[in-house]
Design a protein around this ligand. Structure first.
Ligand SMILES: *Cc1c(COP(=O)(O)O)cnc(C)c1O
Length: 365
């Protein structure tokens, strides 16, 4: 449908994809340039990451979340956190195992599970529950067979945050049923009020959890492929065992750029938060004036909007596309419980977003 509309000569504005429009910060690019000239960096890296990269990741966790991990045994580098998320299932999911997956959710949790013969049990995220899964609604026999539970806050696609109390409930539930918890923290630095916590700071989490961090959204580095996982030593080792047999780690010059990102000046990150806040404050009033109900957006750069009466996720996205040339993502693409919502991503240049907002205001729903 996008091709069809573009062929009519419509200038499409895509608010569909969650990929920062701003460039990687200059000091990070400079670190790569310098590191790329050094022949020592041209050889195979270690799959688990350079000690200096893991030290930088550990210092970041300490400083940002007051979480202390041993960089030698409790951190593994990842070729982007997506790689680690997919490989978690290779490491831990056997045919017949159940994996508890948020719905709507980042598609890799479910697809990784299915590729490895696991069974996905979707946990609906509903507005009336603050877009947190209702652990009490999971049947006992499902919990018994569950091997792994995925959560991720700040949440893509709903923009919700989780409370420390919810994290404590997750630890209690997982402990009771011997389930591994995997927390996807890709948006830890994209928030609008209080900085959200690490799941690893929850009492008891270190016995059963692993957390995925990504430099992609924080430092505008999606194309660079760099992230890490941290947490329980046996879980980090299991993921590492897969990686040592499948990949050979991240180009060391990129790891050096990652060190510059994690250990360097964090004011550019604060400026990015301000930019996303400015964009959020542009689009929310326009949606409201249309009678569209945006969910409270407390983190990430996504606006999760309920479809008005008479529309499905896809019919609303189609109307936006055909009437005003604005591209959004149907919530149903994130799972069955995403039906009835659409997602806007605030990752286009601000003047383009302003144009999209003007167009949205002309819409007749
Ligand atoms: C973007 C994203 C990731 C993956 O990021 P990488 O670039 O692979 O580090 C992971 N989880 C969620 C929810 C995301 O939106």
């Amino acid at each position: 449908m996008k091709k069809e509309v573009a062929a009519r000569g419509v200038d499409l504005i895509s608010l569909g994809i969650g990929d920062p429009d701003s460039p990687t910060f200059p000091h990070i690019v400079a670190a790569l340039q310098e590191a790329a000239t050094r022949p020592a960096n041209h050889r195979y890296p270690d799959y688990e990451g350079m000690p200096s990269f893991r030290d930088a990741a550990a210092s970041y966790l300490e400083k940002r979340f007051a979480v202390t991990v041993d960089p030698a045994t409790e951190i593994v580098s990842l070729i982007g956190s997506k790689e680690g998320i997919a490989n978690m299932a290779v490491a831990f999911v056997d045919p017949g195992d159940i994996v508890l997956v948020p719905d709507p959710g980042y598609p890799v949790y479910a697809i990784g599970t299915q590729f490895n013969g696991g069974t996905v049990y979707p946990m609906p995220l509903r507005a009336e529950h603050g877009f947190l899964p209702d652990l009490r609604a999971i049947p006992e026999e499902v919990a018994k067979r569950a091997k792994l539970l995925w959560i991720g806050y700040p949440n893509n696609p709903t923009g919700a945050l989780a409370s420390r109390e919810f994290f404590a409930d997750v630890v209690a539930f997982a402990d009771r049923h011997s389930i591994i918890v995997a927390h996807d923290n890709a948006y830890s630095e994209i928030y609008f009020d209080e900085p959200p916590p690490s799941f690893l700071a929850t009492p008891g989490a270190r016995d059963l959890a692993i957390e995925f961090h990504s430099l992609s959204k924080t430092y505008n580095m999606t194309g660079w492929r760099v992230g890490f996982a941290a947490g329980n030593r046996a879980l980090v080792a299991g993921l590492g065992k897969v990686k040592t047999n499948v990949d050979s780690g991240i180009f060391q010059a990129v790891q050096e750029a990652g060190i510059a990102a994690l250990g360097g000046d964090q004011t550019p990150v604060a400026k990015m938060r301000d930019l996303y806040r400015e964009r959020r404050d542009m689009i929310l009033p326009a949606l409201k004036s249309l009678g569209l109900e945006a969910q409270p957006m407390r983190g990430t750069f996504y606006v999760w909007v309920a479809c008005p009466r008479g529309f499905t996720s896809t019919s609303l996205v189609a109307k936006l596309l055909q009437d005003v040339g604005v591209v959004a993502t149907p919530g149903s693409g994130f799972g069955a419980a995403g039906e009835g919502y659409i997602r806007f991503s605030l990752t286009v240049a601000t003047p383009r977003l302003a144009e999209a907002v003007e167009r949205l205001k002309t819409l007749k729903l």
